[in-house]
Design a binder for this molecule. Structure first.
Ligand SMILES: NC(=O)c1ccc[n+]([C@@H]2O[C@H](COP(=O)([O-])OP(=O)(O)OC[C@H]3O[C@@H](n4cnc5c(N)ncnc54)[C@H](O)[C@@H]3O)[C@@H](O)[C@H]2O)c1
Length: 462
């Protein structure tokens, strides 16, 4: 099938690349003409595991192409995936201006009927507004625009794997023929009948994906309800961590045992600096806002958001208690991305920590395996190092802000030798307190024993 993808960010590029590898002809477009030019010359503008490989494979097979002319992409396709950003407004609501802009373009540029697939995360009822907008903007009454909500559940860092091996594919439709067309688009994924340069031999053994057909409103709600629930789980684990610190229990022991119960599950029960990124914070806010507009008070989510905001304060309280005066001290921040395996720094707790350290007059040095360029564009005042050992040199404290495996694997004895003082404040519970004690670090994390000068202490923040 001929598909268009509008918006070549994380979701758009993964969608385009994977559907091209699934055998469709995909044409991608974006308002960012520089991004399109880079993609045309084979440069992948974001870091996402395997994405470069499958984009290259799709380019070689002629299955994917890029154009800065949205009209060309719209006219060349039967179905159009809208993958533009939906950032938060001041009041928490989602800013849907890019969706509206795309709707106008589709309505004006189309010369034949289209299936318009909303993949961007949007509040419930957006699909119905989109359908209305498409017919209102159209100058040709002979064309029909059928709208589908197809929320995306991929996770940055494992986005390609997630797209090829989804737990479920949700399609919210208004008629059976839209559902059939979506089934056709996803058939290679549902049947695992795609070329897979990602895996050496065969795909990993996981259960096959389900395609769930729902109403448009339900599909939109499923996405917000899922992300908000995961955010809630993270905040829950964080409150448990605070409780563990107060009463002397170990949050890892508690959440591990909780997670073994299949009704709970172990994922997203990690205590730490809390959630960031382009999805959870804004989706939570948009869901609370949506509920408010229809008179439903989503107090439980407001609490999750409040807990999350307090994580940075809790972390900085630990830093203050350990370092005493921050002004003029050299601190090393390990991690800038909002989570490991991505270069995405949008709403990253690590950047908020860096910003607050700079505001207090610290000499901030930072490192990240992938996110330095993006962080530097936002925060040039920080001194960046590609080599983590250079970042920690002469530091009076190391602050771990992103859970990159590379940081866990550091030669921590060498880190200690390079630092001015052996002090680590771990915002991701990445290191083992036992190892830190053995290496004579002062070590503080969330909801676990504090290590002071190689001895078990009472814990910072208690
Ligand atoms: N990033 C994720 O992990 C993820 C996961 C699931 C869903 N989502 C949702 O998918 C959507 C896109 O997220 P993203 O992370 O890919 O964002 P992104 O910012 O990386 O990409 C959005 C792209 O859309 C382009 N764009 C904006 N307005 C446009 C327009 N009018 N016409 C053409 N292109 C336009 C931008 O230039 C940008 O390249 C959001 O609604 C997000 O909530 C994101």
């Amino acid at each position: 099938m001929n598909l268009a993808v509008i918006g070549c960010g994380y979701v758009g590029l993964v969608t385009g690349a994977c559907l091209a590898e699934a055998g469709h002809d995909v044409i991608c477009t974006d308002v960012d003409t520089e991004r399109i030019a880079r993609l045309q010359s084979g440069i992948v503008p974001i870091y996402e595991l395997h994405l470069d490989k499958i984009l290259e494979s799709a380019r070689k097979s002629g299955k994917i192409s890029y154009t800065a002319n949205a009209g060309d992409a719209i006219r060349a396709s039967d179905a159009i995936f809208i993958c533009v950003g939906t950032p938060p407004k001041e009041n928490g609501d989602a800013d849907l201006s890019a969706i509206d802009h795309v709707a106008r373009q589709i309505a004006l540029e189309a010369r034949s009927s289209k299936l318009v697939i909303e993949k961007s995360t949007v509040p419930a009822r957006t699909g119905l507004e989109l359908r209305h907008a498409l017919s209102a903007y159209s100058r040709n009454s002979g064309l029909t625009f059928r709208v589908v909500s197809n929320p995306e559940f991929l996770r940055e860092g494992t986005a390609v794997e997630d797209f090829f091996h989804p737990d479920r594919i949700v399609v919210g439709v208004e008629d059976e023929s839209s559902a059939d067309q979506m089934r056709e688009i996803y058939r290679p994924i549902l049947e695992r009948n795609f070329r897979r340069p990602v895996h050496q031999d065969t795909c990993p053994v996981t259960s096959k994906a389900l395609l769930l057909v729902t109403t448009i409103n339900s599909a939109e709600l499923i996405k917000h309800a899922s992300n908000s629930f995961l955010a809630l789980k993270i905040s829950y684990a964080n409150v448990i961590a605070d409780l563990c610190e107060k009463i002397g229990a170990d949050v890892e022991e508690v959440t591990h045992a909780m997670g073994l119960d299949p009704r709970i599950g172990g994922q997203f029960l990690r205590a730490g600096l809390g959630f960031g990124g382009f999805c959870f914070p804004k989706d939570l806010q948009a869901f609370v806002h949506l509920a408010g507009t229809v008179g439903v008070d989503f107090d439980i989510l407001k609490a999750a958001e409040r807990v999350n905001k307090q994580r940075i304060d809790h972390f900085l309280a630990k830093v203050h208690q350990a370092l005493w005066v921050v002004k003029g001290k050299r601190v090393a921040i390990l991690g800038l991305a909002f989570k490991a395996s991505t270069d995405d720094v949008r709403f990253s707790p690590a950047l908020e920590v860096a910003r607050r350290m700079l505001a207090e007059g610290a000499d901030v040095h930072a490192t990240d395996p992938e996110a330095i360029a993006r962080a530097k564009a936002i925060m040039p005042e920080v001194t960046y190092h590609h080599d983590p050992y250079q970042a920690v040199r002469d530091a009076e404290a190391v602050l771990i802000c992103t859970e990159w495996e590379e940081f866990r694997q550091l030669d921590w004895e060498r880190v200690g030798q390079l630092m001015a003082r052996r002090l680590v404040i771990d915002g991701r519970n990445l290191c083992s307190p036992a190892l830190m004690r053995e290496l004579d670090f002062e070590y503080f994390s969330f909801g676990r024993e504090a290590v002071r000068g190689g001895r078990v202490g009472v814990g910072v923040g208690q």
